[in-house]
Write a protein that binds this ligand. Structure first.
Ligand SMILES: *[C@@H]1O[C@H](CO)[C@@H](O)[C@H](O)[C@H]1NC(C)=O
Ligand SMILES: *[C@@H]1O[C@H](CO)[C@@H](O)[C@H](O)[C@H]1NC(C)=O
Length: 205
């Protein structure tokens, strides 16, 4: 090809072609680097609870009656990859025992790159089944005296990062400190809580 060019086109033309060829190689390398950086490494979702309010909480050894709203904030830190959620469930635990759960995502949901999604969960029950036992009931009385309840929100779901085939398990734990509103109606301030996102042992997750 070069011989052909030199015969028909002279040195200047050859220089320009060579230059363009070089540029094309640099551009191709740049595209590959960008793809690798954007899609090669998965940055895990960041999860936090921005706001939560507990308006009723009563615990016995077998049941929990409660009303709770939780504002769950999930950030996708990846600058190129969107994330598809297949499911996301929040389970509520007191003293290590699960007393209720709610689906944050029930049908497929896509979160764009760099976006933050807010899931507002609102649940309550007159008597949610829970096998808390005497220890749980005791713990409730103790925390009631203090006025602060330790309720844990455990998240579990399945997500898929763009251009990745694996459905990754997403698991996070959010230890919340909740207070009931005071009888005189003074607003309770909730302190934003960062959730602990568990490491996945799956490859590429
Ligand atoms: C709790 O929620 C129920 C509905 O699920 C409602 O009837 C009740 O008034 C609520 N209680 C409080 C204290 O917010
Ligand atoms: C709670 O448990 C009892 C007996 O174990 C069962 O009959 C009832 O349906 C359960 N309630 C809920 C809401 O799961």
């Amino acid at each position: 090809m070069c011989d052909l060019l030199s015969e028909c086109c002279g040195p200047y033309r050859r220089f320009v072609l060579g230059f363009c060829f070089g540029l094309a190689i640099i551009a191709a390398v740049a595209v590959i680097v960008v793809l690798l950086l954007g899609y090669g490494r998965v940055y895990h979702l960041r999860v936090a609870v921005d706001d939560a309010s507990l308006t009723r909480f009563a615990v016995t050894s077998t049941a929990v009656s409660y009303n709770l709203t939780v504002s769950l904030v999930v950030r996708n830190p990846n600058w190129a990859m969107s994330v598809t959620y297949r499911s996301l469930e929040a389970a509520y635990l007191f003293d290590g025992h699960r007393f209720d759960s709610i689906a944050a995502v029930s049908s497929e949901y896509v979160q764009s790159a760099r976006r933050t999604a807010v899931f507002r969960l609102s649940t309550g029950a007159d008597a949610a089944n829970a096998s808390l036992g005497n220890a749980g009931a005791q713990e409730y009385l103790k925390e009631k005296d203090k006025g602060v309840f330790d309720v844990e929100v455990d998240l579990s779901g399945e997500v898929q990062y763009q251009r990745h085939r694996t459905w990754c398990k997403l698991e996070a734990k959010c230890p919340l400190k909740l207070q009931l509103p005071t009888p005189d109606g003074v607003a309770v301030v909730f302190e934003k809580t960062t959730c602990d996102v568990l490491r996945s042992s799956q490859r590429g997750c």
